[in-house]
Design a protein around this ligand. Sequence first.
Ligand code: A2P
Length: 334
Amino acid sequence: MKIAIVGATGAVGRMMIEVLEEYGLAIDTLVLFASSRSAGTVLMYKGKPLIVQELRTDSFQSEHFDIALFSAGGSISEAYAPLAAQAKTLVIDNSSTFRQDLDKALVVPEINFQAIASARNYIIANPNCSTIQSVLAIKPLLETYKVERVDYAPYQAVSGAGHKGIDDLLRGEKGEPPLNFPYPIVHNVIPQIDQPLDNLYTKEEMKMVWETQKILGLEHLPVSATCVRVPVLNSHSIDIRLEFDRPVDREEVIALYEKAEGVRCIDDIKNLIYPMPIEANGHDQVLVGRIRVDVFNPKILHVFCVGDNLRKGAAANAVQIADRLIKADFIGKW
Ligand code: A2P
């Protein structure tokens, strides 16, 4: 199996290398691409040095790759992912470029892996980081309850903005001004992630709306989000408010989480046990807790959910898709 990572020097790209190694995918050759700025950089994979190469328009024509994991931003995906797909390289793309395309699958493997087989497209979209952890916290409940509305309040870590976001937090801690965010992130929260749209939601917020509907296969589900950047290095925390068609039973919800894949329920506030970024960092399971039925409306459930945005929110989800495709012997079959 020959695999490429595009954007290998980025926060997600570096995590992809780490997760590929951890998951033990049967890789014969791993090739790392980035821009000319970091061509020649040495990164380690399985204890061996790999030299980062400059991504070029003929990178996928001059050499055949079975799989390419893209995480170099939307414009790079738009320009290069179709070139890779033309060369029959299966692209797993971490940008938002292809997520809403009707002919492309948007996949969280625990939820809708089968969407890949129906789409049979050489480009598979990896969802938005906050969406991945949220749908993992919602899907198990749909076995028993019909959801009528979802409201998200995400508290998003700076690593979600890549190296530039991490640098701003570290600069701010030293008293230096931000270079990426419009305001200091230290001692502050910023209620804007991504560009504003005509409806006054940000693009990040609408990604959560559209992607939740697509992944859960509920295209008319009312969803809203207010995404806020917080001074946390890594792992997003999301307060999820779910409205169901009938009163919710907390014990039943906990039982559903306990048998769900990809989710771990830690819920015991009286003993100070609840999800937090420091608990989620470095793990691929999404943590859920603070589970309670609304005081005023028994059909409303509140869940607090935390996930490592660089791992399950990006790199690990992409690697898990690749891993399942390899194990299902899908590679090169369409
Ligand atoms: P580079 O290190 O050469 O800038 P992050 O989101 O953490 O900032 O990472 C973005 C990733 O996308 C980096 O690996 C970056 O590489 C890569 N990238 C940015 N522009 C290009 C480009 N024109 N061609 C290939 N990779 C790019």
